[in-house]
Design a protein around this ligand. Structure first.
Ligand code: ZN
Length: 298
């Protein structure tokens, strides 16, 4: 079977799901949006827009929170399996995450001042990444909306909390290391989540956030249609990630380029500040020009 036949066999119709428009940019609040593309990498009718002011790209309309919850429960893994032409499930994902976790732990050991004394993984799924930071006296916490994945994390010895970062009331608790790993593109409100993460940091604590760069994916895949997908409401770059950190009051202290197009940022709490809006505007122009150039040369 071809890729499109495998995807068609799932009989998922995003157009039939409850959807919501996103009237303004989640990063800068502007409402002047440029429609870029109307069919995603799976071939689904799905509209990608970019903010003309800051360059943030996002889906609008997009599935509602409930529609996304059903999507993740029933469709997401069969869909990526159909797309890649190989079986992907909770088990194979864990194998890939073990390599990712080992690399991340080694990286953070190089750039953090010392081993983290407490760890919270936001969107931490089955706890594989959090588990890489477990040691005597440190039992990582996994915060995730999916009960089935949390059950696996709990069985592996993690403390688990069901929910989203922006709704999570930690009481007096704070964490020395907060992780947001390969999760930011899946969020429905990036700004609220980063603000919440800042509030979860202990004195002197750090967060690690990684972001798949839409410019990298565009260059890699060759067209904007191949560079977006219904499972990612948001598409960031190094520059738009930096702007989110500025607004949330997170200062970047170290960053890395991963091999797969992700920027990784180590941040700590600082005073919120205004991003460099003119530079973001120039970045938005360059991004639109690149999408246009690739469409012209396709
Ligand atoms: Zn914007």
């Amino acid at each position: 079977m071809s890729r499109s036949e495998r995807i068609a066999a799932l009989a998922y119709d995003p157009g039939a799901q409850p959807a919501e428009t996103v009237p303004a940019c989640n990063l800068c609040g502007a409402s002047r949006l440029v429609e870029l593309a109307r069919r995603d990498r799976y071939g689904y009718a799905s509209v990608l827009v970019a903010c003309a002011r800051c360059g943030l790209a996002f889906l609008s309309p997009r599935p509602t929170a409930n529609a996304y919850a059903r999507f993740y429960e029933h469709t997401y893994r069969p869909l990526v399996s159909a797309y890649h032409g190989r079986h992907i499930d909770a088990q194979t994902v864990q194998d890939e995450q073990r390599d990712y976790a080992a690399q991340l732990a080694a990286y953070l050991a190089r750039v953090l001042p010392g081993p983290p004394t407490s760890v919270l993984d936001v969107g931490g799924s089955t706890g594989v990444v959090a588990g890489a930071f477990a040691r005597d006296g440190v039992r990582p916490t996994v915060l995730d909306p999916a009960p089935a994945e949390l059950a696996v994390a709990a069985a592996a010895g993690m403390e688990v909390v069901e929910g989203f970062a922006e709704d999570f009331d930690p009481g007096e608790r704070r964490w020395d290391l907060v992780l947001l790993c390969q999760t930011i593109d899946h969020l429905l409100d990036v700004r609220a989540t980063l603000t919440a993460i800042r509030g979860l940091l202990a004195e002197g604590g750090h967060a690690f956030v990684d972001v798949l760069d839409i410019g990298w994916v565009l260059a890699r895949r060759g067209s904007i249609e191949e560079a977006y997908k219904v499972d990612h409401p948001f598409y960031l770059t190094r520059a738009t990630a930096q702007a989110y950190f500025d607004l949330a009051g997170l200062e970047v202290v170290a960053e890395r380029m991963a091999d797969d197009g992700h920027w990784g940022f180590v941040v700590r709490a600082a005073a919120p500040c205004e991003p460099d809006w003119p530079a973001l505007g120039r970045g938005a122009e360059a991004f639109l020009a690149e999408v246009w150039r690739r469409r012209a040369s396709a």
